[in-house]
Design a protein around this ligand. Structure first.
Ligand SMILES: Nc1ncnc2c1ncn2[C@@H]1O[C@H](COP(=O)(O)OP(=O)(O)OP(=O)(O)O)[C@@H](O)[C@H]1O
Length: 225
């Protein structure tokens, strides 16, 4: 589904990623781990088209480099950046629906997808009419997950979703991901995290990034776990 082959990426003139090659298939949950500053965020931003990158990136057989960044979400890629970037004066529901409007989804499909989000995150149904600026940081992360889900029919990219979450909300977030996996078994999920142990229980594979390069790529053998 997604494959990167010898990808380099720079921010401005500063090279950040070097020689990145990996692929992610349907139904995989990949933990992308590495220290702060290793390049995890830059890797997700490169897939979304927000860096100067070279090398080959393909998604569902298409050359991703040839697809403008604003059109990539419409291919079925949802992205929740580390900083949530919610529009504080818009309601929670308006924030969630925004990517669908930008992608030109029709009303029926948009409603169907909102239902799917409410199945995964029922709390967003009640919170829906509230302005996004009025919710806590932790609730904001749930909203950001909901917003990423509206377009993620194929691939979901989550940047350090557990960072700064109180334990009770971290558990709730993990539970929501479990529910998502249950209702959408073929979705591919990539989650970045600096703590290599945190995602071990639900990632099927761990890719470690070190100083802008892939250090290891390990598929977990669930039968022997
Ligand atoms: N706008 C920028 N300009 C210059 N350098 C940058 C910029 N953004 C990131 N970097 C550098 O790129 C490297 C990788 O950063 P990145 O944010 O991708 O790491 P990360 O693994 O996601 O870490 P973190 O957990 O701290 O977010 C770091 O050395 C960082 O200083």
């Amino acid at each position: 589904m997604l494959s990167l082959n010898r990808v380099d990426a720079a921010i401005g003139n500063i090279p950040i990623l070097r020689d990145i090659s990996f692929s992610v298939g349907p139904a995989e949950t990949v933990a992308l781990v590495g220290r702060n500053g290793a390049g995890k965020t830059t890797l997700l931003r490169t897939i979304m088209g927000f860096t100067d990158s070279r090398g080959e990136m393909r998604f569902d057989g298409r050359d991703l480099q040839a697809v403008a960044p604003h059109l990539r979400p419409g291919m079925g890629i949802g992205y929740a950046p580390e900083d949530r970037r919610l529009f504080s004066r818009f309601t929670i529901t308006e924030n969630i629906l925004l990517p669908a409007q930008v992608a030109g989804l029709d009303q029926a499909e948009t409603s169907r997808r909102l239902e799917r989000i409410h199945l995964v995150l029922p709390e967003l149904r009640d919170l829906g009419p509230r302005p996004a600026g009025s919710v806590s940081g932790g609730q904001g992360k749930m909203v950001a997950l909901g917003r990423a889900l509206i377009l993620s029919t194929r691939l979901l990219l989550l940047d350090e979703p557990f960072q700064g979450l109180a334990p009770v909300l971290a558990n709730r977030y993990a539970e929501a991901l479990g529910k998502l996996r249950e209702i959408d078994p073929t979705l591919a999920i990539v989650i970045t995290e600096s703590n290599p142990h945190l995602l071990r229980s639900f990632a099927s594979r761990t890719i470690t990034v070190e100083r802008g390069q892939i250090d290891s790529d390990v598929v977990h053998d669930r039968l022997s776990a």
